[in-house]
Ligand binder design. Sequence first.
Ligand SMILES: Cc1cc2nc3c(=O)[nH]c(=O)nc-3n(C[C@H](O)[C@H](O)[C@H](O)COP(=O)(O)OP(=O)(O)OC[C@H]3O[C@@H](n4cnc5c(N)ncnc54)[C@H](O)[C@@H]3O)c2cc1C
Length: 476
Amino acid sequence: MMLTKDVDTTLDAQLIARLGPDLVLVGEAVLPYCRDWHGDVQTGAVAVLRPRDTVEVQACVCTAVALGLAIVPQGGNTGLVLGATPDAPARQVVITLERMTRIRSLDADNFSAVVEAGAVLEVVKDRVAEAGLFFPLSLGAQGSCRIGGNVSTNAGGINVLRYGMTRELVLGLEVVLPDGSLYEGLSTLRKDNRGIDLKQLFIGAEGTLGIITAVSLKLLPAPDQVATALVGLAGLEDVIALYRRARRDCCDLMSAFEFMPPLAIVLAREAMPDLPIPMDATCPAYALIEISGSGLVDVEDLMQRFLEAAFESGLALDGVIAQSTAQARNLWAIREGMNLGQAQRGRHMRTDISVPLSRLADFVAEAEAAVLAEMPGCVCVSYGHVGDGNVHLNVLPDYTLGPDRVDPQILNAKKIVNAVLDRYDGSISAEHGIGRLKKDDFEARLPAVHRGLLTRIRQALDPAASMNPGCQIDLS
Ligand SMILES: Cc1cc2nc3c(=O)[nH]c(=O)nc-3n(C[C@H](O)[C@H](O)[C@H](O)COP(=O)(O)OP(=O)(O)OC[C@H]3O[C@@H](n4cnc5c(N)ncnc54)[C@H](O)[C@@H]3O)c2cc1C
């Protein structure tokens, strides 16, 4: 999709005059900030504002609002729902947090850190690890996504099972509000029950209520033992049965439990031909399991005994336990390679769905069958965070029908899958948010009272509707 860029050049000049040239990018320089991660959408913006600290964020917000411009906050721009992609190039600026990357403090005794919103997730994880601590948020985009973006999308990832979504890892926030004032809530207290917890408003708000400039993070003791295994099974039902056993036998030590179809191995090989993959794609389903712990617990022994029992009972058909950190990394690379492989095949329909775990296998079977009944040349790729009931049921169109048939197939596949999802009382967005991409589907399912509350909260904080208009809901 390409939107026309129609920029009022006097606005560029006024922004530069008021904020100084170092803070303002204009012209061609804005384009990389106006393209989504998949490269499906390229738009534009009046300018990209690049503040270096919180006071400069306040100045950027006040200046943009004074000029009648709307603001699209941006972190690492890895979001998958177009929340950080402007949609009105002549009336919007992007404010990127990319220059605000400091770790302001790290308190090992309090198991907390205060980091600026532009800090890259992986950098934060590494810095925290140097202090012998652990920040559990883990996702494929962690080398690029930024903490402010993680909080604004309430990101999930592979460790939600044990540590919860980002919301559960946030102790406090600093936020520049749409009127330029500063909400100073960078508490590092674990227990603080003084009335309404205002920080919760901004978590998952996708930049619609203000710009997060810093975050107090909850840290944990670093697990010093991790056991990772890839297991082949007879189908998704069996993956879920294995998950139930793992919950019982490995209790709270299980930190990830992902399921993948055999096509994952094929796609990973396509994308990463040199990746050592210890199994062929011969089983109907695979589970990627991680158990971690520290101290006196022997997680390798636990994994070994757990899998032995799974083989003895006939549940596991094939399996490998990583013998080194490098081997474990390679197993996880299959999961990442599968995503790259899908992207390489071409534009496709992506979902981020959750249903009750007890109904996950039925849902996937029914939704895939419904898609293939209407569009037999398509390929369904269902995988995800099984313990969270979160499935990415993606559909690769029948590319042989020609490029002009790709978009209609994607639209149709989405309609079919969502119709099944509605019957299962599921969510159209388990972890990626709503952004602009899912707004229509979100609004179509929004009860009136829910919508009224969302509208009133936004209007109360942002009467001029300056913050990320067009994201999540329309305010008209
Ligand atoms: C390969 C890959 C794997 C992924 N895996 C997962 C996964 O497992 N789980 C998951 O949940 N997501 C996943 N994602 C999606 C994405 O990485 C997350 O949504 C991430 O949290 C976005 O962070 P970001 O810094 O890139 O935010 P951006 O994309 O820049 O922004 C996302 C939203 O937050 C807003 N925003 C950004 N920064 C701020 C701020 N400081 N203040 C206010 N609003 C702000 C933006 O306006 C936008 O609405 C994946 C993406 C990719 C590309």
